[in-house]
Each structure stands twice: as C-alpha cells, then as structure tokens.
Write a protein that binds this ligand. Structure first.
Ligand SMILES: C[S@@+](CC[C@H](N)C(=O)[O-])C[C@H]1O[C@@H](n2cnc3c(N)ncnc32)[C@H](O)[C@@H]1O
Length: 285
C-alpha cells in the first residue's frame, strides 16, 4: 500500500484503542502482528490507513488507530520508578518557561517521564541535560527516548549530582530526587541568574525541609503548589466525575535563582511574602 501523508507509516508509533477503552502503544513494523484477546491485527493492515480510522481484528473487533499524544507516550512508558505525570509535567514546562531553545538540567532521569516532556518542547535547538546515578535507569530512559524519536535532544549523564553539574548558565533546573535540599548550592551554580528552579516531592515534611534550605541561599519567589485533576465521564445526560482519580502525585516547589547581591539588598525576598502572594493585581502598562 502507498504510504500517504496523514496515514500510518512503518516505523510510526500508533495508539490502538478498543471499545473497552483499553489502550495499546505499538511500533508499526511490516510483517509483525498485533495480538489481543479480541483477535489479531497484522501491522500491514494498519500501515497506510489514515490516522483516526477504525480497523478490525480477524474476529471483527474494532480498534481506533491514532497518533499518540505526548501524554499517551508518557503514561505508557515502561518504567521502574515513579514518573512525573502529564498533569504535573505540562504545568512544570509552562511555569519554568521551558520551550524551543531552552537549556534545561534535570535530576534524576528515572524512567525518563519528565525527560520526554522536556525534550519534546526544547526541540529543535534546545538541550536537556539529564543526570542519574543509576546506569540501569538511564538505559531504560534512553530506550524510551529513542522510541519517541527524542534521544537526540537529550544528554544522559551518569553522575551523582552531589558533585554538581558540568553545565552553567542553564535556563531551568528541575530536581526529582528524595533529598533536593542537599543540592541547592549545586543547582544555583548551574542556573543563569534569574533562572527557574523546580522540584517535586511526595510528602509535606520533605517540602518543609526544602523550604528551609531555600531560605539559606539566593533563591526567591518561592511557591508550593499541588495540582488535582478530576476526570469526568463524558456522558452528556449523566455528567459526573469518574469513580476513581489520581488524588496525589506530588507537591511542586518553584523558585527563581537570584544574583547573590539581590538577596543582600532586599533581605526577605527569598521568603515570599504571604500578604503579597495572595493578592492578584492588574497593573496598567
Ligand atoms: C523518582 S526517579 C525520577 C523520575 C523521573 N523524573 C521520571 O519522570 O521518570 C528519581 C531518580 O533520581 C536518581 N537519583 C537519586 N539521587 C541522585 C543523585 N544524588 N544524583 C543523581 N541521581 C540521583 C535515582 O537514581 C532515580 O532514578
């Protein structure tokens, strides 16, 4: 079959969704066969089909053939560590102003959940420097990045961040490690002045410890946030939330790296004023 633009091609990653909403992420390869309990589908029957088509197994069960969204790729990642979920990853990107051309450091790499999101948006001229102490983690992340065609935008660095980061002047730096408070001086040294710092932590006592450590260094505009995402059953006549939700993933902590004299000049800037932080003001330009 001729491979038209807008159609699934050999080498593409496809998302197949059955009537039961079960999802499968597969790499299309001529000669291979996709097998489920609802029958088999030769990849050659999928290659050349327009995205959005319904295709049937040999038992007549339909599957929707879709190009996966980045969030699908992240949720389907083979993983051995907790990943950063799309709901948090999307906000992290916006909050830390990460986009095409950004130079970003993250640690640890883990299974590469956040790495995928970072690489996706820094393309084509930006770069992600992703640190981890574990080679097995980075090997898994490398495979995950290769499958998503994003490996060329990422440098995987097998190194303990206790020793600091090789890069300097980076636009943003994100820590997903159990003890980020131990690496704040290293993070500050790597960030451009005014650059974006972020971290994710699962418990409030870890957050308190990080806040205390941030106060001792030239960081300002500290914020702690948690995102709750509640999906709904999309049935017009009986619209209501689904029975289950991912209630807690982690607390997000953001701060800006300040030039050291700024801290001395303003005194309290690192401790984000409670009064000012709660008020939304519109200022005429
Ligand atoms: C929860 S995982 C990161 C998950 C990742 N953000 C994702 O979305 O897939 C934490 C990782 O931090 C790494 N790590 C912990 N301490 C580290 C250190 N001092 N230097 C470098 N990596 C570290 C661990 O090996 C682990 O792979």
């Amino acid at each position: 079959m001729i491979e038209e633009p807008g159609c699934a091609r050999a080498g593409d990653t496809a998302l197949l969704i059955g009537k039961d909403r079960r999802e499968y992420l597969i790499r299309l390869e001529s000669g291979r066969v996709f097998e489920t309990h609802r029958g088999v589908l030769p990849h050659d029957d999928l290659i050349g089909q327009p995205w959005g088509s319904a295709v049937k197994t040999h038992l007549g069960h339909p599957y929707l053939l879709l190009r996966p969204a980045l969030s699908d790729r992240i949720l389907h990642l083979p993983r051995v560590s907790q990943i950063i979920y799309p709901k948090d990853a999307g906000y992290i990107l916006l909050k830390m102003n990460i986009g095409p051309g950004s130079r970003v450091i993250e640690a640890g790499t883990g299974s590469g959940g956040l790495t995928l999101a970072l690489a996706h948006v820094v393309r084509p001229t930006g770069r992600v420097y992703s640190y981890d102490v574990r080679a097995d983690m980075q090997n898994l992340a490398r495979r995950n990045l290769e499958k998503a065609d994003l490996a060329e935008f990422v440098e995987l660095i097998l190194h303990d961040i206790t020793d600091g980061f090789t890069e300097t002047g980076v636009d943003a730096l994100f820590l997903d490690v159990p003890n980020p408070w131990d690496y704040l001086a290293q993070a500050h040294a790597a960030l451009v002045s005014g650059g974006f710092f972020g971290a994710i932590l699962p418990t409030t006592n870890q957050v308190s410890r990080l806040l205390e450590a941030l106060q001792g260094l030239p960081f300002g505009l500290v914020e702690v946030e948690e995102l709750l995402q509640r999906p709904y059953k999309p049935v017009a006549a009986r619209l209501r939330p689904v029975d289950r939700m991912v209630a807690h993933t982690g607390f997000l902590i953001f701060a800006r790296a300040l030039a050291a004299p700024t801290l001395a000049d303003t005194g309290t800037v690192a401790a984000e004023g409670e009064e000012a932080g709660d008020v939304c003001q519109t200022v005429d330009a």
